[in-house]
Design a protein around this ligand. Structure first.
Ligand code: DNO
Ligand code: MN
Length: 354
C-alpha cells in the first residue's frame, strides 16, 4: 500500500514540505485546476506540477480527478468531442508517468453534505449529512447547501437539473457504458488505470440518479469493460455511509480481483435514517472497522495507492473543510500503523512487513 495525500496545488495552504514530513508518505494526489472541464490538460502543465511535487521528494502518480463533463453524463451530441478530449488528457497524463486516474460519474454534484463544520464533543469540526434537511429542499427554489454555491449560478443549475429530468438510472448507465467503451481501451494502451469513485452519499439525491453505490453497481461497472484498466477507487467513507455496504467484504472481493487501484480510507458515523458525519479514522470513533478494512487490503495483496481521504478540522486549523493537514496526517499514520500490525502478524520475519 502506497500512502498518498491530496494536495490542491499552489492555492493549497498546506505546503508540500509539511506533507513530506508525515511518516510513511510516498506521494501526492492532485489535479490540474486551471483547465476548464472538458478541455485537454496540456503536457507542459502536468509536467510542471509533477516536477514541483518531485522536488519535495514526493511522487505524483495518481490524479484526482479528471472531471467528466456533464454533457457526457447526459449523453448529449457534444459528448464525442468531449470524450476525445478526455482521451487526449489520459494520453498526456500517461506521458508524464501518471498511473491512476480517479474520476466520478455523479450528476451535477460531487460529494454532498448539509454542514461543513459540525462540532464534535472534543471541539473538532467535521462534515455531516442530515437526510431530513436534504429532503426539505425544493430544488426548484434553488439549492443552498455549503460548498455548492460556488460551482453554478442559480439559473445554470436550474437548466442543468432540467436536462437531467430525462435521465433515469438506466440512461445514466448507458451513458457511462458509452464513455467507458471509448476511454478504457485508450487507458489500457497508455498504461493508465481508471478508478471510479463511488457516489457520496451512495443514494439518489434531489431526484438525480446515482449508479455507483453498492456491490451490484460495482460488479456491473467492472463487467462493462472487463479489463484491469477499468477499476475502482474504493472509498470506505462514501460506500460506508450506507449500512447495507459491507466494506471489508467489498475490499476482499474487488481487491482480490485486482480491480481496486486507489483506496480512500476514512471513517463515518452513520445511523439508520441515513444521517452521517465524518469522524477521526480510528475504528472506535466511527461505524467502520478500519482494522478489518486494512486487513482485507493486506490479505488481498493490495499494492496500490491509498489516502486518508478527509479529516476533521483540529487544533484550530482553518482552510478547506475535510482537507486540513493535521487530522489527515494522523489518519495516514494510523492507517500505516494498522498495515504494519497486520503485516508483522502475518510475516514476522519480514522487517515491519514492508
Ligand atoms: C469524497 C472525496 C471526493 C472525490 C471525488 C472523486 O469521498 O474523495 O471528493 O475526490 O468524488 O472524483
Ligand atoms: Mn473518497
Amino acid at each position: 500500500m502506497k500512502m498518498t495525500f491530496r494536495w490542491y496545488g499552489d492555492t493549497d495552504p498546506i505546503p508540500l514540505s509539511h506533507i513530506r514530513q508525515i511518516p510513511g508518505m510516498t506521494g501526492i494526489v492532485s489535479a490540474v485546476y486551471d483547465v476548464p472541464v472538458g478541455e485537454v490538460w496540456p503536457v507542459a502543465t502536468i509536467q510542471a506540477l509533477k516536477t514541483k511535487i518531485e522536488s519535495h521528494g514526493l511522487a505524483l502518480e495518481v490524479i484526482e480527478s479528471v472531471p467528466v463533463h456533464e454533457d457526457i453524463k447526459l449523453g448529449k451530441p457534444s459528448r464525442d468531442r468531449l470524450i476525445d478530449n478526455y482521451c487526449a488528457t489520459i494520453r498526456n497524463l500517461a506521458q508524464c508517468g501518471i498511473k491512476v486516474i480517479c474520476y466520478n460519474f455523479m450528476p451535477v454534484f460531487d460529494w454532498t453534505r448539509t454542514t461543513l463544520d459540525m462540532t464534535l464533543p472534543d471541539g473538532s469540526t467535521t462534515l455531516a449529512f442530515d437526510t431530513e434537511t436534504v429532503e426539505k429542499i425544493d430544488v426548484n427554489q434553488g439549492i443552498s447547501l455549503p460548498g455548492w454555491d460556488a460551482s453554478y449560478r442559480p439559473e445554470e443549475l436550474r437548466a442543468l437539473l432540467a436536462d437531467y429530468a430525462e435521465v433515469d438510472e438506466e440512461t445514466l448507465w448507458r451513458n457511462l457504458e458509452y464513455f467507458l467503451k471509448r476511454i478504457i481501451p485508450v487507458a489500457a494502451e497508455a498504461g493508465i488505470r481508471m478508478a471510479i469513485h463511488p457516489d457520496d452519499p451512495p443514494r439518489p439525491i434531489f431526484g438525480l440518479p446515482r449508479i455507483v453505490k453498492d456491490r451490484a453497481d460495482l460488479q456491473r461497472l467492472l463487467a462493462i469493460v472487463d479489463h484491469p484498466a477499468n477499476g475502482l477507487t474504493l472509498c470506505s467513507g462514501s460506500l460506508g455511509a450506507s449500512c447495507k455496504n459491507d466494506i471489508p467484504a467489498l475490499v476482499r472481493e474487488f481487491a482480490g480481483r485486482k480491480r481496486i487501484h486507489f483506496a480512500h480510507l476514512r471513517n463515518v458515523k452513520i445511523n439508520e435514517a441515513g444521517d452521517f458525519h465524518e469522524t477521526s479514522h480510528r475504528s472506535a470513533d466511527g461505524s467502520l472497522d478500519m482494522a478489518e478494512i486494512v486487513k482485507a487490503y493486506y490479505e488481498a495483496g493490495f499494492d496500490g495507492y491509498a489516502r486518508p481521504d478527509h479529516g476533521r478540522m483540529i487544533w484550530g486549523e482553518t482552510g478547506k473543510p475535510g482537507y486540513g493537514l493535521y487530522d489527515r496526517a494522523l489518519g495516514a499514520v494510523y492507517l500505516n500503523g494498522l498495515w504494519e500490525g497486520v503485516a508483522k502478524a502475518a510475516a514476522p520475519e519480514i522487517d515491519g512487513g514492508k
